[in-house]
Unconditional design. Structure first.
Length: 496
């Protein structure tokens, strides 16, 4: 059954994506249309059809021959600025807490230029990997660093990707028993004022919004309970979403028991966060009762598969249990702590492998993984029905993945003939052939569409300069960190 176009059949649409091997709609009936097409106008999907359905006339046709077409993938957890300290040698063999304390002083050097170039590079990287909407958890706001949030939003607008940055925060420094140094925390009033200003300036509540803001105190070990409570009240008043890290590491369980006298999820509830306005990153270590509470609240989980593995220790978020209980589960690539390569294709594959590692070979399929990165992520961001689905009225965000043909893709997908969705994650690796956001190709034929007035090489030079400065590699004779255990494993400048 074709979906009835919401425009008159004689209207020309802006864009017709045609010729796909398979269009996976992820609509309420989970229709998969062999030989299907998608029509878009004004940034929204207007019609989806199969090969026998009449296509509307279009201003532009984007061919998707040999491709699987899916809704654009939605990234629900990231720290984009951390691409300025990717694979930072002094912290590559650390626990999560050691990794953080090694890097906080580096991130204290963030400024608007660094925020802008890291967002430009990070969002371009995500688009190439099939992501059309990303959040960002920007929780480091050093004194004198400027307006970091506006700088990254400027990059997103230039690239034309949909962006849900969060106004993150840290208020509990080492002198108050927290993990971060004084240089990267702010007082509660400063944080709440800046949060309200960010919402007033950037948040667009309208359907099809390209930018929305959420509020995001960082974690139980870097913010006070009072800030959590006041942020929840502010989010309610401004009608924006809430995000934080939760139950990420066994060290966090110990910290919360010692500091608050309760486990992390109990603390979260005590602060007034147990609502469907919140989604949380990781949530690896809930017990059964806590999973039920999360479901009752409607609180979403950003599952970060690579992060689960990189943090190590055997913890795997109980994604199958969450979904069985009714907890919305989306996908996130997380920052450099875990994913120095930010690709939602890779996280989708990671979700598939980890769920089967945990629950056995029948526990999880590629379709389940796609469900996380589309509908599940959309639910985390409060935009189910608008993002993560190809149906009339949804935003025109989609990805064409080339599964075969000539060259490298031909080699990777040779012999995969019976199930393109399973092949999508089992074969590969694969990047997007086309990434379309709001009806506009951001990646076309595998190439990032660099916006007019921008120069990729120049952005990369600027990114390198910012990264060298933050890593202490920008002046001869500088003496960078010697590593957490003094093993002399300080960073060395790599010349390429
Ligand atoms: Zn994180």
């Amino acid at each position: 059954m074709p979906t009835a176009p919401s425009t008159d059949a004689t209207d020309r649409v802006d864009l017709l994506v045609d010729g796909a091997d398979l269009v996976v709609t992820m609509d309420d009936d989970r229709r998969e249309l062999a030989g299907g097409w998608v029509a878009c106008t004004g940034g929204f999907v207007t019609a989806v059809g199969g090969p026998a359905d009449a296509r509307p006339a279009a201003e532009r046709v984007l061919r998707a021959d040999g491709c699987l077409v899916t809704p654009g993938l939605v990234n629900t957890h990231h720290h984009i600025y951390q691409n300025l300290t990717r694979s930072y040698r002094p912290a590559t063999s650390s626990t999560l807490f050691d990794w953080l304390t090694t890097l906080y002083p580096r991130w204290a050097l963030l400024d608007e230029e660094a925020s802008y170039v890291s967002a430009w590079v990070g969002l371009a990287e995500l688009a190439v990997g099939g992501c059309t909407t990303s959040t960002d958890h920007l929780y480091v706001h050093p004194a004198g660093g400027g307006d970091l949030l506006s700088a990254e939003i400027a990059a997103a607008r230039e690239l034309g990707v949909r962006f849900h940055p969060t106004r993150g925060s840290m208020s509990r420094s080492q002198k108050d028993g927290g993990l971060p140094p004084d240089s990267v925390v702010q007082d509660e009033d400063t944080i709440l004022t800046a949060s309200e200003e960010a919402v007033a300036r950037h948040h667009d509540p309208a359907p099809g919004a390209m930018v929305r803001i959420a509020l995001a105190p960082c974690s139980p070990f870097s913010v006070t309970a009072k800030l959590m409570e006041r942020t929840a009240e502010l989010a309610e008043r401004l009608d924006v979403r809430l995000h934080t890290h939760l139950a990420e590491d066994p060290d966090e369980d110990r910290y919360c028991l010692e500091t608050y006298g309760v486990r992390p999820i109990e603390h979260f509830a005590d602060c007034g966060w147990g609502t469907d306005r919140a989604w949380v990153a990781h949530c690896i270590y809930p017990n059964e009762a806590e999973i039920a509470r999360m479901a009752a609240w409607g609180t979403g989980v950003a599952h970060c598969p690579s992060s689960n593995m990189m943090i190590g220790g055997g913890g795997i978020a109980p994604v199958v249990d969450y979904r069985a209980a009714g907890v919305p589960v989306g996908l996130g690539c997380d920052g450099s702590a875990s994913t120095d390569a930010a690709s939602l294709w890779m996280e989708s594959r990671g979700a598939l492998l980890l769920a089967r590692q945990r629950g056995g070979p029948t526990a999880f399929t590629a379709r389940d993984a796609l469900e996380l990165g589309t509908r599940g992520s959309a639910a985390c961001l409060g935009r189910l029905g608008e993002l993560g689905v190809l149906a009339p009225g949804a935003v025109a965000d989609l990805v064409a993945w080339r599964l075969g043909g000539s060259g490298r893709a031909g080699i990777a997908f040779a012999g995969a003939l019976t199930d393109p969705i399973e092949a999508w994650l089992r074969c590969g690796p694969v990047a997007a052939h086309h990434t379309v956001v709001a009806g506009r190709p951001v990646v076309e034929n595998g190439e990032l569409q660099v916006p007019p007035g921008s120069d990729l090489d120049d952005i990369l030079r600027r990114h390198r300069a910012a990264a060298e400065r933050m890593q202490g590699l920008d002046s001869p004779g500088s003496s960078p960190d010697q590593g957490p255990s003094g093993r002399g494993s300080g960073p060395r400048r790599v010349r390429r």
